[in-house]
Design a protein around this ligand. Structure first.
Ligand code: SF4
Length: 112
C-alpha cells in the first residue's frame, strides 16, 4: 500500500483556540484535501506552528519535518480561510512559496 509522510503547519494565532480536531478528522476520514489519499496510508511526521506573523518559523519547521521524512507539507485550513477566526492569513501564499523553494517539497493549501 502506498505510504505518504505528511507534515502540517498551522496558524500560531488559531492554535490558541483550536485543538486541530477538524484537521485530524479529515486525515482519519480522508476527506477535504486528504481525499486523494483514500485507500492509502498516511504517516503524520508532525504538526507545527507557523511561529506567528508573518510565519517566521514556517520554513524552518517545514525543513525540519522534511528532514524527518515529510514528503509533502499541508498548511492547515486556519492558514487558508478565516477559520476558526477572522481575518484570514495574509501571508499563506508567501509562506507556501518559501516552503516550496527552501524545503523542496509540494505544499497543499488547506486541510479540511
Ligand atoms: S502568519 Fe498567518 S498563519 Fe501565521 S500567525 Fe499570522 S495569520 Fe496565523
Amino acid at each position: 500500500m502506498q505510504l505518504t509522510r505528511i507534515g502540517l503547519i498551522r496558524c500560531e494565532s488559531a492554535m490558541r483556540t483550536c485543538p486541530g480536531t477538524s484537521c485530524f478528522r479529515a486525515i482519519k476520514e480522508r476527506s477535504g484535501n486528504f481525499a486523494p489519499y483514500s485507500g492509502e496510508e498516511i504517516d503524520i511526521i508532525g504538526m507545527a506552528s507557523c511561529g506567528g506573523c508573518p510565519g517566521r518559523d514556517a520554513v524552518r519547521q517545514a525543513k525540519e519535518m522534511v528532514r524527518r521524512g515529510a514528503e509533502v507539507i499541508f498548511l492547515s485550513t486556519c492558514m487558508t480561510k478565516p477559520i476558526p477566526s477572522e481575518p484570514a492569513c495574509r501571508y499563506s501564499e508567501e509562506i507556501a512559496g518559501a516552503i516550496r523553494k527552501n524545503a523542496g517539497v509540494p505544499v497543499v493549501m488547506g486541510t479540511h
